[in-house]
Design a protein around this ligand. Structure first.
Ligand SMILES: Nc1ncnc2c1ncn2[C@@H]1O[C@H](COP(=O)(O)OP(=O)(O)OP(=O)(O)O)[C@@H](O)[C@H]1O
Ligand SMILES: [Mg+2]
Length: 411
């Protein structure tokens, strides 16, 4: 794997909000239709090209780049329905809006199955058509950007499966890239579901320890004795159920990284033992008499305010300072809404692939609902919503009714 390269600047290109400069190809045999679309779209700032039939349409498509195609269903010779798969074969991501006077339910279903974006009936409502075009072009731009961004993140930081383009997350990525190669202890703070474990793994994967184990343990979920025997191991007979000597996770993680998750609720006794390993890199098995030396990097995470826990006497101040050498603060999703479309597309792709489905898309309303929701469960909640949407949707388009964001949306 390539070494981590520190970024030269912070700009990972943003989405162009405007759809002007976008290019539209209109394929329709009726001159009056071509002319009125040319006028309507030209006035909106689109570059418009026209073709009179499928043959000409495909030829133009091979020569120039377009952002969207408006395709007449009833073309002479090759029909629009026959042409659609040929267009999709050449450019799978190019949105195609079907236009027809003869739209029946069957046509709509078949066209959408074959990858059409939408279906517009003649005579169309100009505002509605323009809105459909705008949202299809914007989505295509977002998808392209998503792909580009993933490539950049992979090249620049050697991150896989992490997406984000907000200022807040780019700062996090920079910090992660900077601290990863060191041995420093890292404290990751963030609400539930913000990606703490994912970032911990990225730090490990970008460190010289990457070929040694990454060992996660949820320290908040265990009673003290069990936690200590899990962390430090024990000798036979150390306590009633210790029927054999057992290695602890500090030994398992030797040379690698130990991820102490949910540390805020760990007992004070265990805290002092962990402090000792951090200071001396030494520890003993429970009930043991020999000290052992280990080389373990600690990454700790908490979704509670650790400073407050210190003030409340629930967390050792000295351990807090030991852990808090470098602090990565993960912002809640509602503070970085521009990451929502990226994350949504990332999960759409992932869950469609995992279930062996054709690619899925979110309807414009569904995307709006996601943007409006508060996401108290952060990225994890978004991921679950998209997975549910992918699994429950009957076709390639996921509507807002399938997403939970809809029920609790702000407006
Ligand atoms: N920036 C991101 N890009 C892609 N996936 C992400 C991102 N952030 C989080 N995820 C995904 O969201 C889910 C939750 O992330 P993770 O488990 O790391 O969060 P957490 O902060 O540890 O949550 P908790 O506090 O509930 O333990 C995971 O499936 C993770 O892969
Ligand atoms: Mg976690």
């Amino acid at each position: 794997m390539p070494e981590v390269e520190l970024p030269l600047n912070n700009s990972v290109s943003g989405v162009a909000e405007s759809t002007s400069n976008a290019s539209v190809l209109v394929i329709d045999d009726e001159a009056a239709i071509r002319e009125s679309l040319e006028l309507l779209l030209g006035l909106e700032g689109y570059n418009v090209k026209t073709a009179v039939d499928g043959e000409q349409g495909l030829r133009v498509l091979d020569q120039e780049n377009f952002d969207i195609v408006l395709l007449d269903l009833a073309l002479p010779g090759q029909s629009g329905m026959e042409l659609l798969p040929l267009i999709k074969e050449r450019q799978p991501d190019l949105p195609v809006i079907m236009i027809t006077a003869y739209g029946t339910v069957d046509n709509v279903v078949e066209a959408i199955r074959n990858g059409a974006e939408n279906f517009v009936q003649k005579p169309w409502d100009n505002e509605k058509l323009l809105a459909d075009i705008r949202s299809a072009v914007a989505r295509r731009k977002a998808e392209e950007e998503n792909l580009q961004l993933k490539r950049t993140l992979k090249q620049r930081y050697n991150f896989t499966n992490i997406v984000g383009k907000s200022e807040l997350m780019l700062k996090v990525f920079d910090l992660v890239a900077q601290v990863a190669p060191s041995r420093s202890t890292v404290l990751i703070q963030g609400e539930s579901g913000t990606g703490k474990e994912l970032i911990a793994k990225a730090i490990h994967a970008n460190s010289p320890r990457k070929d040694k184990p990454f060992v996660p343990i949820n320290t908040g979920a265990m009673p003290s004795e069990l936690l200590e025997s899990t962390l430090f191991g024990h000798v036979k007979g150390a306590f009633t159920s210790a029927i054999a000597t057992k290695k602890g996770l500090f030994e398992v993680a030797n040379g690698g990284t130990l991820f102490l998750d949910e540390i805020a609720t760990m007992g004070l006794d265990t805290q002092s033992k962990i402090l000792r390993v951090l200071q001396d890199k030494r520890f003993m098995h429970l009930g043991g008499i020999h000290e052992m030396q280990v080389d373990v990097r600690i990454i700790a995470a908490t979704n509670l305010d650790l400073r407050q826990a210190v003030r409340d006497g629930l967390f050792r101040e000295d351990l807090f300072y030991r852990l808090n050498v470098i602090c990565v603060d993960l912002p809640p999703l509602r503070a970085r809404r521009e990451d929502i479309p990226l994350l949504a597309n990332h999960f759409l792709e992932y869950y469609a692939k995992e279930n062996g489905f054709e690619p899925r898309k979110l309807s414009a309303e569904a995307m709006r609902a996601l943007m409006d929701y508060e996401w108290p469960g952060n990225v994890r909640e978004l991921e679950n919503a998209i997975e549910r949407g992918v699994v429950l949707s009957s076709g390639p388009l996921i509507g807002s009714e399938l997403l939970p964001g809809q029920r609790a949306a702000r407006t």
